[in-house]
Design a protein around this ligand. Structure first.
Ligand SMILES: NC(=O)c1ccc[n+]([C@@H]2O[C@H](COP(=O)([O-])OP(=O)(O)OC[C@H]3O[C@@H](n4cnc5c(N)ncnc54)[C@H](OP(=O)(O)O)[C@@H]3O)[C@@H](O)[C@H]2O)c1
Length: 291
């Protein structure tokens, strides 16, 4: 059925915004590990295959992932750990089931597949080089999707935030919490990202499903912001105390966990094909409630 969507991770930060936005247009069915009656763990190949075969949906949207980057880093090299099993094996199972049933797979990925050393914006033709386990497992997941004989779309995002607040703080709420902590935490002037406005991104996912566009796309905002610039904008728009400048290079001397200095994405390939405009980040920030 064209208006039926099968998803994974539809209760998460990004997926829940998609279902809330499009509940009047699509019937969503979630492969949900915490479902009280029919739980589906995507690391279990048989239950994924049975659920995908039983679904009338022509499109699968795959959000489920082990998304805690620090906890994933603590599992580095462990292929029996949850980060590898959910991100790599789970994706392999969905790829196989989607190809066997002829369903279009939309896979959500991350700018953390890059090492972050490029000074400008990363394009889809830049070579990934993950520097930590989350990024590595998400790259292996992308490779599984790209090797599929079926139809697929990969959408890479970075530092997502949404207009309404969610149980798990998004990138902007995490930054506001750092600014409000006592004493206030220094905010890096030399750590850059490409923020993704989730309210827009769910429309990008719906566009990919509606048009069945295939291929790899960078799907953040196409903008590049330092943490400090974002914090200054939040201070201005929401009356928060002006941020204290911090230095990522100094911080890295105090921790073993690697950080990509810059994960901003060039989104011109996507923007040239979309049938609606993306909201500038400065404007999107003003829509944030309950900051
Ligand atoms: N958040 C970010 O900063 C960020 C940045 C770039 C890319 N992304 C990507 O965007 C996608 C969505 O991220 P998000 O932040 O919305 O994720 P999230 O809030 O952490 O939600 C992840 C979802 O995956 C489900 N899940 C985890 N393990 C599962 C399993 N074994 N079987 C079935 N479901 C499972 C979880 O279900 P339960 O709640 O029941 O455990 C949850 O609904 C992910 O692919 C992520 O890699 C996120």
């Amino acid at each position: 059925m064209a208006n039926s969507i099968l998803g994974t991770g539809l209760q998460g930060l990004v997926g829940s915004k998609l279902t809330a936005t499009f509940s009047d247009r699509y019937i969503f069915d979630n492969l949900d590990i915490s479902h009280p009656v029919t739980p589906v763990d995507i690391t279990d190949e048989t239950s994924v295959r049975i659920a995908v075969e039983a679904s009338p949906a022509e499109v699968i949207m795959h959000f489920a992932a082990f998304t805690d980057v620090t906890k994933a880093w603590e599992q580095s090299g462990d292929k029996s750990g949850p980060a590898y099993k959910v991100n790599v094996l789970g994706t392999q199972h969905l790829v196989k089931a989607a190809a066997e049933t002829g369903k279009h797979l939309i896979h959500i990925s991350t700018a953390y597949v890059f090492d972050g050393t490029t000074p400008g914006l990363y394009t889809e033709t830049d070579t990934p080089n993950p520097i930590e386990w989350y990024g590595q497992t998400k790259l292996w997941a992308e490779e599984a999707v790209q090797a599929s004989s079926g139809h697929w779309t990969i959408l890479r995002i970075d530092q997502p935030f949404r207009s309404d607040s969610f149980a798990k703080p998004d990138a902007v709420r995490k930054l506001a919490n750092l600014m409000r902590s006592q004493p206030p935490k220094p905010i890096f002037t030399n750590h850059w990202c490409g923020p993704t406005f989730i309210d827009d991104f769910v429309k990008v996912i719906e566009w990919a499903a509606r048009t069945r566009t295939t291929g790899l796309f960078h799907a953040s905002s196409g903008e590049k912001w330092s943490d400090f610039e974002l914090a200054q904008e939040l201070a201005k728009s929401f009356g928060l105390t002006a941020p204290t400048a911090g230095d990522l290079t100094e911080y890295l001397k105090t921790t073993n966990r690697p950080y990509q200095p810059n994960t901003a994405l060039d989104c011109s390939k996507l923007i040239s094909q979309l049938d609606f405009p993306l909201t500038p980040i400065k404007e999107a920030l003003t829509t944030c409630q309950e900051l």
